[in-house]
Write a protein that binds this ligand. Structure first.
Ligand code: BTN
Length: 264
């Protein structure tokens, strides 16, 4: 719902779930703001929410675009131990999917490593970034962009074939109704917060496995350097990497862009 985000409403909705909230109408990137805030001492759970980003970013230097009033754009400050840093994207994906499910009844899947999927289209993307001083991580930020009420014409030509929104999916499921972004944000943060506090990596990986739309499937994985591997996506490792079976051997892929080779 356009116009339903403001500082007061967010403070009320997120009380007890998140730390201090900063709402801005317009910024460059909520991830940059949250990283700056973390460096200035923001407590764990601090959150930056924006209506619009002039330089929203995705993985691998891509941009993240959205039409004001149609999305949730937010970044959460965390201070995880070294053992948890590698699993933050998994945590965010599982939490985001669980929150969407709790609030809409839709059943999102996860496409490793950072996409939340509905009917084989991307409804949300996750970008975890850390800032390091020497060998110490001074803060980690979990950034999520979720398409809430976007219409097909809101998507750029580049993503129009692969993106969707909650409103489009609810309509396709024969259910409508306005979606309040503050409640949605609270629902997602609640799910992330709960799993972060209890920190049970095996359970988290179990949930990510259950929701995965690629495990057990034939896939093509493009690495950050443009290298390509094909094989069967077998499992998620303890650090959140993907194990790929290719030519009778198992390869561990730390980062990549996955394409399913079978029809969805
Ligand atoms: C991806 O799919 O490549 C990740 C997209 C992450 C986008 C979100 S929007 C809020 C936060 N701020 C950013 O600049 N990026 C993330």
């Amino acid at each position: 719902m356009a116009g339903d985000l403001d500082q007061q409403t967010l403070e009320r909705e997120l009380a007890g779930i998140a730390g201090p909230v900063r709402y801005v109408e317009e910024t460059g990137s909520t991830n940059s703001d949250a990283l700056d805030w973390a460096a200035e001492g923001a407590p764990e759970g601090a959150i930056v929410v924006a209506e619009n980003q002039a330089a929203g970013r995705g993985r691998w230097g891509r941009s993240w675009e959205s039409v004001p009033g149609t999305s949730l754009l937010f970044s959460l400050v965390l201070r995880p131990g070294p053992e948890a840093i590698g699993l933050l994207t998994t945590l965010a994906g599982v939490g985001c999917a669980a929150g969407i499910r709790a609030l809409t009844g839709l059943e999102p899947g996860l496409k490793w490593p950072n996409d939340v999927i509905l009917r084989d289209r991307k409804v949300a993307g996750i970008l975890v970034e850390t800032r390091v001083a020497g060998s110490e991580v001074t803060g980690a930020v979990v950034g999520i962009g979720l398409n809430v009420s976007s219409r097909p014409e809101d998507f750029s030509a580049e993503v129009s074939e692969t993106a969707t929104s909650l409103a489009v999916e609810l309509e396709a499921a024969g259910r409508g109704g306005p979606l309040g972004r503050p409640a949605l944000l609270a629902g997602i943060l609640r799910q992330i917060d709960q799993r972060y506090r209890e920190w049970a990596p095996q359970r988290l990986l179990g949930e990510a496995t259950e929701k995965s739309i690629i495990l057990g499937r034939s896939v093509r994985v493009r690495g950050p350097q443009g290298d390509v591997m094909e094989g069967v996506a077998r499992r998620l490792t303890r650090t959140g990497a993907l194990e790929l079976e290719a030519g009778g051997t198992l390869a561990v892929v730390e980062s990549g862009e996955v394409e399913r080779l079978d029809a969805p």
